[in-house]
Design a protein around this ligand. Sequence first.
Ligand SMILES: Cc1ncc(COP(=O)(O)O)c(C=O)c1O
Length: 372
Amino acid sequence: MSVQVTRPTHLIDLAVGHPEPDLLPVDLLRPLTLETQNLTYGEQAGAASFRQQLAGWLTEDYGQQISREELLVTNGSSNALDMICSQLTSTSQAKQTVLVEDPSYFIALKLFKARGFEVVALPMDNEGIELSALEQAIKEHSPAFIYSIPSFHNPTGLTQSHQRRQALVKLAKDHNCPLIADEVYQSLYFTDKPPAPLACYDRSAPVISIGSFSKILAPGLRLGWIQGNGELFNQLRSSALLQSGGGLAPMTSALVGNLIAKGDFQSNLTLLRETYSARAEVLYQGLKSTFGDRIQVNKPEGGYFLWVTFTDGLDVSAAREQARKEGVNYLPGNLCSANGEFSNSMRLCFAWYSEAELKTACEKLSTALALA
Ligand SMILES: Cc1ncc(COP(=O)(O)O)c(C=O)c1O
């Protein structure tokens, strides 16, 4: 069983996409108190008071009007994806397809497969999923849904342009194909905000955006939200899961709502943006000076990850054992690909370690991959 708590002592593990424990908001949460209503079965969509607070912050952060009626509280993005899979699984015998970006978030790929979907991976360019390939695949597979990570993509760090988002949403609408946008890094921008989440583009399109407090506050809260309108959103809101158990996370959402109301959440997020921005810069510069022309890497503008491609053809998957022996670990690109592609690329997380440790990681990578 993998442990999601402690950092290993024998290596710097840049494969793991977690926040550093020192950045978790224990001191902010400790003084908060609860009321009786926070311990009852909650409203199915989540407490109205929390959704109101969340809608207020999202409206400010996205620069788009968001109403609480468009929000459904979840136990985080993974839970939201699982709920959506459950909703979109048909009872027919035929294998259903999910269209994903290649590469994509590797655990989402596992989740879709575990839920019985066939995963079809489509090429990306610098602006996101390639639309001609997507349209062809929609016609060929009549997919159950499309899964996309529009902002500070996991693993590539790329952000879809406004034009690409418009076209993507239009394509989903024209083909009446659900489009699920995993927006967990949307608010983790370092300077410029990314374009709005996909669900803001056309309220009449079958688009759902998923958000989470895991990366912008703390993963242990297990708190997130679904933003949407229309049939799928209504089905999720009236699911038997919520009818039986009531709204998700009534207690945790009350605590987080309190932090939003006081402004503590927002100031903590500003601190996280500054911290991650500085760490991303250190890792980016360290890699550039270590590997020079051997690599292609984009400077991160938000999120958690750097995607490094060895243009000299180094098979980073094969070299991982050597790297581990040197005391550093990374996620080989092929593990992020439903097609097993990208063996010359690696995903590196800059959130879990300090700037000093990231510098040491670069030195260890240099030794491990020098002659590989
Ligand atoms: C794209 C993406 N989606 C979802 C998750 C998991 O989110 P949560 O903790 O809200 O379940 C992650 C975490 O790494 C992620 O990168």
